[in-house]
Design a protein around this ligand. Structure first.
Ligand SMILES: [Zn+2]
Length: 291
């Protein structure tokens, strides 16, 4: 067995029937359009992810959905993620898409997915889906169920500054901060290093509020220099960082190389590469072997 268990906390897979009709889905869904209107933006199936995992020596991947606007598309694609994970239970961990703007149906879908093995919710796209992470009355029924089942909530977050990119959006650090303040019991993962949120961990009250908030490394190479690893390690702690690639946007191999450039200490690398994820997911009953 290798020294380090690698868990990729941020991958996206899509059924082939979506890929075949990508122009159609781009014309009806704003999130799909933002991410995949460009014909060069890759879409990958579960089989392609598994091949990538074998190639890059990734042991386990969290498979995320996207922020579909229609409840129906959430349900249809959740089915695909859940089925793929049930065929490869030791390698794929499914999260489900929800449309919180239709709260009753979202609650029903969350319960259905949780009963079928989903271990989290995400990747939420509050801006494109038309709600705010700061809307506590809208989100409290969902958060209550997720917390009771020890499920993880993963949201896209982006920087209020810097270059524009397809799908960057307007969910900037104050939204997840307000969410964390409102729901201290919820386990929240802020994608893409939280759009700069970790910086505010230097404020003691923010550090306290963010104690259940984790940051994933998805798409690092497009956003930050590799120094981001050691900087966030210093200010938020290596126990709050989760390796994620954003496959297929970034290849898993390439994302691991990017992490290697940060020249992390071996204990830190072990935590970020998989141990933090293993512990987080084991609270909800997903047993992943230690390295
Ligand atoms: Zn994202």
């Amino acid at each position: 067995m290798r020294e380090v268990r690698v868990i990729d906390f941020h991958t996206h897979i899509m059924p082939d029937w979506v890929r075949r009709e990508r122009e159609h889905y781009a014309s009806v869904d704003p999130c799909f359009a933002a991410l995949y209107t460009n014909p060069k933006a890759k879409l990958a199936t579960a089989e392609e992810l598994l091949a990538s995992m074998d190639e890059a020596s990734v042991d386990v991947s969290v498979v995320l959905n996207i922020g579909w606007t229609s409840h129906e598309m959430c349900v249809r694609t959740n089915d695909y993620l859940i089925e793929a994970a049930s065929l490869h239970p030791d390698r794929l961990i499914p999260f489900c898409a929800l449309q919180p703007a239709s709260p009753e149906r979202a609650v029903e879908e969350l319960q259905r997915c949780a009963a079928s093995g989903a271990r989290g919710i995400g990747e939420l796209r509050p801006d494109i889906q038309g709600f705010s992470l700061a809307d506590s009355s809208l989100l409290s029924p969902i958060v209550e169920i997720a917390s009771a089942r020890q499920m993880v909530i993963l949201t896209h977050v982006s920087e209020p500054v810097g270059h524009a990119y397809a799908g960057k959006g307007t969910v900037t650090p104050e939204q997840p901060y307000r969410f964390a303040a409102e729901f201290p019991q919820a386990v929240l993962v802020c994608a893409h290093w939280g759009g700069g949120l970790p910086f505010y961990n230097l404020m003691p009250e923010v550090r306290q509020t963010l104690s259940n908030v984790y940051f994933d490394t998805a798409a690092t190479q497009y956003l930050y220099s590799p120094d981001i690893f050691s900087v966030v390690e210093r200010i938020a702690g290596s126990d709050h960082i989760l390796f994620g690639s954003d496959f297929p946007l970034v290849s898993q191999e390439r994302a691991l190389q990017e992490m290697d450039k940060a020249e992390l200490g071996s204990a830190t690398r072990k935590l970020i590469a998989g141990e933090n994820a293993r512990q987080l997911l084991s609270h909800g009953g997903t047993q992943i072997e230690r390295a």
